[in-house]
Design a protein around this ligand. Structure first.
Ligand code: PLP
Length: 388
């Protein structure tokens, strides 16, 4: 099964599809049964049976089958947001007194959620590398959580090395693979236990939905589907599932186009005098490039640049001068976006993130590369003047 077939056809030859080129959207809050006994049996197996929207839905289920196959996992569970998937996944694996290791920089609200868990007696430690993990691991450590490439700085971790170290310490590994999508990286094949995604980014691709997923072995997915999924209520709607199914149809070709445009923009910026550094693992100058090429099949188009300035006003002037990159949060859509932590988060938060004032994050969309490069060049003309 190749990824293109999974994206376009898997699960779509079911009898109920009637040869329709797109599957139906099941708009049912509930399903009915022939007898009370049948209903009871379905409720006991609600991770697989259609009972109530907050548990399962055939349209969401079709998406789950596709995402499980794309990640080469046994089972997938979709959620109403990426954070819904992350919160349910972490809490399914920890109890009061347990400890979580976080390797490298991760999405801000993921750290916030780990801080929130402290009131339930679950602690966590951030480590920069495996040596740091070795210093922080203890008898209560249950989970190792990471992203590769990492958040904002796009540092690449050696996934097989991380997972074999974690397995040696009896830890479950959870990895956020949103940056690469399953088209460019398949962490379960490198020993990761559970992969989480925000489907709101490249998977959907059109900035018209919010969704998430966790993929892994049935023995880990089933309990969280029956417990955290049901109780937190972060259910995915069949309408959003249908939009992600549509997004998947073009995901492989969109990722190829994002890769090409992202690398062109990154290479241009790397050669510009107003730019101190470009954090894009697809550039040969990136310290993790060789490792990335070993474990990834390609590169998405989200990266950051460090402008040669210490002034928030100058960063703002750069953003305001852009015409084709729009200013906004999120990423992975058809539209090019730009954001800067120095302008969008509290100064104290930026400092704890360890990112410089001049750091700007770019999500390169599907516009023509020449247009985007011209836009960046014109906006940077002011930036060169700052240095004079
Ligand atoms: C790397 C990463 N993971 C997870 C999330 C959370 O996803 P969602 O916004 O769908 O809850 C985001 C959102 O920006 C993200 O950037």
């Amino acid at each position: 099964m190749d990824d293109e077939w999974i994206c376009g056809r898997l699960g779509e030859d079911e009898p109920w599809v009637l040869g329709a080129v797109n599957p139906p959207v099941f708009e049912n809050s509930l399903f009915t049964f022939g007898s009370a006994e049948e209903l009871g049996e379905a409720i006991r197996n609600e991770d697989e049976r259609y009972v109530y929207w907050r548990g399962t839905n055939p349209t969401v289920d079709l998406l789950q089958r596709k995402l499980a196959a794309l990640e080469r996992g046994e089972r997938a569970k979709c959620f109403g947001s990426g954070m819904g998937a992350i919160a349910a996944t972490i809490s399914s694996r920890v109890s009061a007194g347990d400890h979580v290791l976080v390797l490298g920089a991760v999405y801000g609200p993921t750290t916030q959620f780990l801080r929130y868990l402290e009131k339930f007696g679950v602690t966590h430690t951030h480590a920069d590398d495996l040596d740091g993990c070795a210093r922080a691991v203890g008898p209560g450590t249950r989970l190792l959580y990471f992203e590769s490439p990492s958040y904002m700085r796009y540092e690449v971790f050696d996934i097989p090395a991380v997972t074999s170290w974690a397995a040696g310490h009896g830890l479950v590994t959870v990895m956020d693979n949103t940056w690469s999508t399953p088209i460019f990286q398949k962490p379960l094949t490198m020993g990761v236990d559970l992969v989480v995604h925000s489907l709101s980014k490249y998977a959907g691709g059109h900035s018209d939905l919010v969704g998430g997923v966790v993929v892994g072995p049935a023995r880990l997915i089933r309990p969280l589907a029956l417990t955290e999924y049901q109780l937190y209520g972060a259910a995915m709607s069949p309408h959003d599932a249908a939009k992600v199914i549509k997004g998947l149809r073009t995901l492989p070709v969109r990722m190829a186009a994002h890769q090409e445009r992202g690398l062109a923009a990154a290479a241009f910026l790397a050669g510009h005098p107003a730019v101190r550094r470009v954090n894009h693992p697809g550039l040969p100058s990136h310290p993790g490039h060789a490792l990335a090429r070993r474990q990834m099949a390609g590169f998405s188009s989200l990266f950051s640049v460090e402008l040669a300035t210490e002034s928030r006003a100058e960063v703002a002037a750069f953003l305001d001068a852009l015409r084709h990159f729009r200013i906004g949060v999120s990423w992975g859509g058809f539209e090019s976006l730009v954001n800067a932590p120095a302008l969008s988060v509290e100064e104290s938060v930026r400092a704890t993130m360890g990112v410089p004032v001049g750091l700007v994050r770019l999500s390169v969309g599907l516009e023509a590369a020449d247009t985007l490069i011209k836009d960046l060049g014109l906006a940077l003309e002011g930036a060169v003047a700052w240095r004079e």
